[in-house]
Design a protein around this ligand. Structure first.
Ligand SMILES: CCCCCCCCCC(=O)SCCNC(=O)CCNC(=O)[C@H](O)C(C)(C)COP(=O)(O)OP(=O)(O)OC[C@H]1O[C@@H](n2cnc3c(N)ncnc32)[C@H](O)[C@@H]1OP(=O)(O)O
Ligand SMILES: Nc1ncnc2c1ncn2[C@@H]1O[C@H](COP(=O)(O)OP(=O)(O)OP(=O)(O)O)[C@@H](O)[C@H]1O
Ligand SMILES: O=C(O)CCC(=O)C(=O)O
Ligand SMILES: [Fe+2]
Ligand SMILES: [Mg+2]
Length: 258
């Protein structure tokens, strides 16, 4: 999967629907080529080698405990956290992934996140607020960071900085499964290497879409729709929910609702 990532970055592989994101400071600075420019791949569901991750039986075995037998891969990511440029933009603010999802119920959604190499505090491991998955979805917005913030990296507006934190130091191949309400983020990468992880958000295909109008999710819904219209030239008839229905891919059982 590391090799496939490199092929994508050097354009030896072309994947329909894939979103390649650069770090905001790298994108705005001098020309950087290949994998050193890429912070994150999203929506790799049409890449057979990377999508193999989402179908691994040793992962689905646990996923099924939360989703039941009808399993959709709703969102896929390969994160290549770059060495921080000095602006602290390699951080990911504390957030709840449910903020991005117009489907419910939350308990039928689970994320698997696998370290592709050793991750620790120095290269920006995941940081979680234990127990926060028992709360509700919070209001999210761009954090007020001086050095810049990556596109769509919203954070929880008012979380308690005194809440206990756990740093998830992991060995290569270690996987964590977490609830979409769990408040989490990741620190700055203070090493010279690119910290790699691969993840998938699964949901039961029996989940249903919700309308985010008038909710705290309206801001991200509008941002995603804007991006979809710029990137794919679709008009306003393509809803936030549609952007998810188009990306979601069945991995097991039947596609009943999503
Ligand atoms: C839908 C998300 C679902 C997530 C669900 C699970 C939870 C996940 C939590 C997250 O990860 S949230 C973060 C998700 N982020 C995204 O989905 C953003 C995806 N990124 C993109 O769509 C593109 O990378 C982006 C539109 C930001 C840039 O597009 P291009 O690849 O065409 O960039 P290009 O190099 O042509 O630059 C165009 C402009 O974007 C700017 N840019 C590039 N990378 C950027 C960046 N990372 N942040 C902000 N701006 C950026 C760039 O500087 C330039 O600005 P100017 O027009 O002012 O010159
Ligand atoms: N959808 C989910 N995705 C990922 N992890 C989940 C999900 N739902 C529950 N968990 C985790 O699975 C474990 C068991 O869940 P459970 O609902 O029993 O919660 P718990 O933390 O044990 O709380 P309680 O004391 O209420 O049983 C917990 O560690 C919880 O964090
Ligand atoms: O790998 C990381 O830094 C965490 C990314 C994350 O939480 C996300 O993209 O939703
Ligand atoms: Fe996240
Ligand atoms: Mg329990």
């Amino acid at each position: 999967m590391v090799d496939e990532f490199e092929h994508i970055c050097t354009r030896k592989a072309n994947v329909p629907g894939l979103v390649v994101m650069k770090d905001v400071t790298i994108a705005k600075s001098e020309f950087v080529e290949g994998e050193k420019a890429v912070t994150k791949l999203q929506d790799f569901q049409e890449d057979p080698e990377l999508f193999r991750y989402c179908t691994l039986p040793q992962i689905l075995k646990y996923v099924e405990c939360f989703t039941g037998p009808n399993i959709m891969a709703m969102h896929t990511m390969l994160i290549n956290k770059p060495p921080d440029t000095g602006k602290k933009t390699s951080r990911h603010p504390m957030h709840q992934d449910l903020h991005y999802f117009p489907f419910r119920p939350a308990d039928r959604i689970v994320c698997s996140w696998t370290a592709m190499e050793k991750v620790h505090r120095e290269n920006g491991c995941l940081v979680v607020l234990p127990g926060s998955h028992r709360g509700t979805l919070q209001e999210h917005d761009y954090p007020e960071w001086e050095g810049g913030v990556n596109k769509m990296y919203h954070g929880v507006r008012n979380y308690d900085p005194g809440h206990p934190r756990v740093h998830l130091e992991m060995e290569k191949g270690d996987t964590v499964f977490f609830h979409p309400l769990l408040i989490h983020g990741s620190g700055m990468n203070q090493t010279e290497g690119f910290r790699k992880a691969i993840s998938c958000h699964y949901a039961s295909s029996d989940c249903y879409y919700i309308d985010v109008k008038g909710t705290t999710q309206e801001n991200i819904g509008n941002e995603v729709k804007e991006l979809a219209s710029r990137k794919y030239g679709v008009d306003d008839t393509v809803s936030f929910q549609d952007t998810w229905a188009l990306r979601g891919r069945l991995v097991k059982g039947d596609r009943t609702s999503l």
